[in-house]
Ligand binder design. Structure first.
Ligand SMILES: NC(=O)c1ccc[n+]([C@@H]2O[C@H](COP(=O)([O-])OP(=O)(O)OC[C@H]3O[C@@H](n4cnc5c(N)ncnc54)[C@H](OP(=O)(O)O)[C@@H]3O)[C@@H](O)[C@H]2O)c1
Length: 270
């Protein structure tokens, strides 16, 4: 990764993507050019970020330098996309723009950045601890190098899946909204423990360890989810009593519809 890279929006997710790449010395800090919106973030990055990267405030004269970078990571919130305008005097060829914006289609990106080949990526919050899932949909006419560069950005911190763009909204629903759904489930189950007299801290710890153990068991023993369920559900026992309550409250349907709804919402952003 010897070329310059511009990071348009250096927030939580951009930080999680770029920092491991800098840690592994795959790119030199002086080749990273990032732009943020506020004076506060500018100051924070200059004073506290562990690498001495180039950082500019949006709309400043100096920030125009980002358009000289062949590679760009677009990582502002979707509602701020309207504030980003491609420079009109781009001289470099084969410019790549990798967008992680929820719900913004390749078509929209290509219209907004006509001098770039665009890639749409969906990643998720566990990328901040190197356990992310990243879905990539390629735009048209991408070179082998551009594809390789895109994968390099994410492969240190996530598993990569390549998709037709049509599937990115449902991928986002499952993997990007999923962590909030899991957090809600952990919280609710822990409240169950709390109701039985355990402390909040212990309840949450037990629930999280139980989830990790269950997932490991399913994966290691190559069980189906039904097989696992049958393993722990004995006739007239405690687990079937619990499952009956969940079925009565339509939890399956609620979870299915939550994913479908998140996917629809992602489509609406475009
Ligand atoms: N959070 C998640 O779970 C998650 C997961 C996957 C993907 N994503 C996607 O990742 C993107 C970034 O999310 P995030 O959580 O990292 O957001 P974030 O922490 O709020 O970061 C957004 C960054 O964009 C900057 N910015 C805003 N307006 C700008 C402008 N006009 N020009 C340049 N920079 C500008 C902000 O600067 P200031 O700090 O100065 O305002 C900030 O550095 C979103 O599009 C989101 O859909 C998020």
């Amino acid at each position: 990764m010897t070329d310059k890279i511009a990071i348009i929006g250096f927030g939580n997710i951009a930080n999680a993507i770029i920092t491991p790449i800098l840690d592994k010395k795959l790119i030199h800090p002086e080749n990273v050019y990032c732009v943020v919106n506020s004076e506060k973030s500018l100051k924070h990055i200059k004073e506290n970020y562990k690498y001495s990267i180039n950082v500019y405030k949006s709309c400043s004269e100096d920030s125009k330098i980002i358009w000289d970078c062949k590679y760009k990571l677009l990582s502002v919130k979707p509602q701020h996309l309207k504030d980003i305008t491609e420079a009109d005097n781009i001289k470099t060829k084969d410019n790549l723009l990798v967008s992680i914006l929820a719900g913004v289609s390749i078509n929209r990106l290509t219209q907004k950045f006509p001098n770039h080949q665009c890639v749409r990526v969906v990643t998720n919050i566990p990328i901040t601890v190197g356990k992310g899932l990243t879905g990539i949909a390629w735009g048209e006419n991408l070179t082998k190098d551009q594809k390789q560069f895109t994968k390099k950005l994410f492969e240190n911190t996530s598993k990569i899946y390549e998709f037709n763009e049509d599937y990115l909204d449902i991928f986002l629903a499952l993997t990007s909204s999923g962590p909030a759904i899991i957090a809600l489930i952990i919280e609710a189950l822990s409240d169950g423990g709390l109701s039985g007299g355990l402390s909040k801290i212990l309840s949450e710890e037990l629930v999280m360890e139980m989830i990790l153990g269950t997932v490991n068991l399913i994966k290691e023993k190559k069980l189906t989810t039904s097989e696992l369920k049958n393993l722990v559900t004995s006739p007239g026992g405690t687990t079937i009593a619990a499952l009956r309550v969940l079925e009565k409250k339509s939890i399956r349907s609620a979870l299915i519809e939550s994913i479908v709804s998140a996917s629809h919402r992602s489509k609406e952003f475009n």
